[in-house]
Design a protein around this ligand. Structure first.
Ligand code: SAH
Length: 496
């Protein structure tokens, strides 16, 4: 076993789940912070364990050919972009390996099958400035001045900075306007150590297709003094559409409060998501428009969301006759994508406000064949299934049996009761959209053992520079009467 502070030379051969470099020394595994795959480094042991140790880079002896200069000056302190020093092409390869590794190790799927069904990861041409939403914390410097920027690592110390490279350039203009308003009007930033001061966070959202911008100040009080002076400054920013404040007087890490006061402009902004053809190169001419209010959930990388959901649509293989269930539907993004090609879509989601948004979004797009239900997928599905088996469809009267089920669960994956009922209902196809390939692999094993075949796997890079990766998978039922095989073409020359 190595000792704390010991120095050793190690070649980095892999990337860990948090983006750290992995190297071996005498069969002993080292997780080296800030090392990049391909580096040879002098590493200092920070935390020794029996068979492995954590370490950090003391010196780079030979720099990896995959190393790039991180464009963000605070990338190290912030810790949000774990992969920034790694060339984008390598980031994409890492994510493909991560998904494949989980499908093999946890899911038990073999190489030959994965080679057959896996299509190349969908990357971005421009892997920065992709986020449509930012929440900047405000605090007080030692000198007592307001500051905004990023939390350092896992702390609440704010590093000054108004231009995160994942966000839109307008963030900086907005934050500088807010700081100027605070300085000119003696408005204090919130100090979480003593609960004094007013401005806690500023939230900024942009509709990428509408270009509309929304700004909301989260405050530790009921009123914003001289609010008109803040509005005056923000209105001067191009495409400003909505200015409000939100009251949050609790001693909590939760950013938003529940009471929103509109100061100027619209209460919400809009954005449209375009549908691509299966090759992901051409638009199919249709788009879905969403209304984004301050508190509603919306995907943060709209350009990649279009690709992810276009793949889900292609995998669903719809001909206009199918009934589709979209479980974990959120504000109905996928449901509304599918509705144009399906006979009927049912969305199920646990957050009531999201379902209200989904219904409103259906109306806004003139979609009449999508219905939404509040509830847990693992409760709504069995209730429907048992009810219909007993000839008693109860509160879900009129809901049709699914030909296709789409799921897009949170990180923990699908509940066992949900998977079991899906198997019992035996839809022809299941499309699984996942933000965690470990739970995806676990769930796919259950579905495969229950009679489904893995047909397509494709990762989509929704969060460049970070270790996160999204995956979309198609499964089809093995029984001969329902093996309607669909053809999905993988286009050449697409992004990434
Ligand atoms: N497909 C949607 C949202 C996916 S995020 C979109 O792209 O907009 C996962 C969603 O699952 C969240 O909206 C969350 O509120 C919801 N959720 C979490 N647990 C659930 C459960 N047990 N049953 C139904 N929905 C759930």
């Amino acid at each position: 076993m190595y000792q704390k502070n010991e120095l050793l030379t190690v070649t980095i051969t892999d990337i860990g789940s948090d983006g750290e470099g992995i190297g071996k020394s005498d069969g002993y595994t080292l997780f080296v912070k800030d090392a990049v795959v391909g580096d040879v480094v002098r590493a200092r042991i920070t935390k020794p364990k029996k068979n492995y140790a954590y370490a950090r880079v003391e010196e780079i002896i030979t720099s990896s050919p995959f190393r790039v200069a991180p464009p963000c000056s605070v990338y190290r302190q912030c810790g949000g972009c774990q992969l920034q020093p790694l060339a984008y092409e390598q980031q994409l390869q890492y994510k493909e390996r991560k998904v494949r590794g989980n499908l093999q190790r946890i899911g038990g799927f073999d190489e030959a099958l994965l080679d057959r069904v896996t299509a190349p990861i969908v990357g971005m041409d421009e892997p920065y400035r992709y986020r449509n939403k930012a929440q900047y914390p405000f605090g007080v410097t030692r000198e007592g001045n307001p500051v905004t920027g990023f939390y350092a690592g896992r702390t609440h110390t704010i590093i000054s900075g108004t231009d995160c490279l994942l966000g839109i350039p307008e963030n900086r203009e907005v934050l500088e306007a807010v700081l100027a308003y605070m300085n000119e009007n003696h408005v204090k930033a919130y100090d979480e150590t003593n609960g004094n001061g007013l401005i806690r966070h500023v939230l900024i959202r942009k509709g990428f297709s509408s270009e509309q911008i929304m700004v909301c100040a989260v405050i530790n009080g009921k009123e914003l003094p001289h609010a008109e002076r803040l509005v005056e400054k923000l209105k001067a920013i191009k495409n400003m559409t909505s200015v409000s404040y939100c009251i949050n007087m609790d001693n909590t890490n939760v950013i938003m409060g529940t009471e929103v006061v509109s100061l100027w402009g619209e209460p919400a902004i809009t954005d449209s998501i375009r549908i691509y053809k299966e090759n992901l190169c051409e638009f199919d001419g249709r788009e879905v428009t969403f209304c984004i209010s301050l508190l509603s959930f919306y995907q943060v990388n709209p350009r990649q969301t279009e690709k992810l959901y276009s793949l889900a649509l292609a995998y669903a293989g719809l001909t206009g006759k199918e009934t589709v269930w979209d479980l974990y539907c959120g504000i109905g993004t996928i449901s509304l994508f599918l509705a144009g090609d399906a006979k009927q879509v049912y969305g199920v989601e646990v957050v009531p406000q999201a379902i209200e948004d989904a219904r409103e979004n259906a109306r806004r797009n003139g979609i009449q064949n999508a219905e939404f239900f509040v509830g847990k997928a693992e409760e709504v599905l069995p209730r429907f299934y048992k009810g219909s088996a007993a000839g008693n469809v109860g509160e879900h009267y009129g809901m049709r049996h699914p030909d296709v089920i789409v799921v897009d669960p949170p990180r923990k994956g699908c509940d066992a009761a949900c998977l079991e009922t899906m198997l019992a209902m035996a839809p022809k196809r299941i499309v699984y959209v996942s933000c965690d390939s470990a739970t995806l692999a676990r769930d796919l094993r259950i579905l495969a053992d229950g009679g489904y075949e893995l047909k397509r796997v494709r990762a989509v890079d929704m969060f460049p520079q970070t270790v996160h990766v999204e995956t979309v998978v198609l499964l089809s039922h093995k029984t001969p009467d329902s093996t309607v095989d669909i053809t999905v073409e993988f286009g050449e020359g697409e992004e990434g």
